[in-house]
Write a protein that binds this ligand. Structure first.
Ligand code: RTP
Ligand code: MG
Length: 138
């Protein structure tokens, strides 16, 4: 299994609830390596690019409004199989499907405010790292 990088982001609800430290701790304890991180408010244009795959969905406006509503904590993590393992650690998108012990299963009660984003494939990871941190970190 190759060493990969993934893009993870504590969403505005997670920053507001002060779970950034817990989330960083979970990935460090699992053995992954933090390669980049920044607290930032996402400009609307970047949010629309980041979530471009959902542009035609009815919740797109709400999604962009939410992700730009306050600071997020954007991160790049490295490790073996990190893209898939981070998604497992995050838990399912919908609160009724996210298991206790996962980040969403421990903190999230609504689908729209679900604490964390993670890249869902190698192509997404490369695209998202490049969007938020530039080509050098990909
Ligand atoms: P994310 O991209 O944020 O990591 O979440 P995900 O892969 O688990 O889920 P995705 O299908 O990519 O959806 C992106 C975000 O859109 C919101 N959503 N709202 N109202 C709805 O039915 C609905 N469905 C999805 C969620 O906040 C989801 O994280
Ligand atoms: Mg997604």
């Amino acid at each position: 299994m190759a060493i990969e990088k993934t893009f993870l982001m504590v969403k505005p609800d997670g920053v507001q609830r002060q779970v950034v430290g817990d989330i960083v701790d979970r990935f460090e304890r699992r053995g992954f390596v933090l390669k980049g991180a920044k607290l930032m408010v996402i400009p609307t244009e970047l949010a629309e690019k980041h979530y471009a795959e959902h542009a035609e969905r009815p919740f797109f406006g709400e999604l962009v409004d939410f992700i730009t509503s306050g600071p997020v904590f954007a991160m790049v993590w490295e490790g073996e199989n990190v893209i898939k393992l981070a998604r497992t650690m995050m838990g399912a998108t919908k609160p009724e499907e996210s298991n206790p012990g996962t980040i969403r299963g421990d903190y999230a009660t609504t689908v729209s405010h679900n604490i964390i984003h993670g890249s869902d494939s190698l192509a997404s990871a490369e695209r998202e790292i490049s969007l938020f941190f530039g080509e050098d970190l990909v």
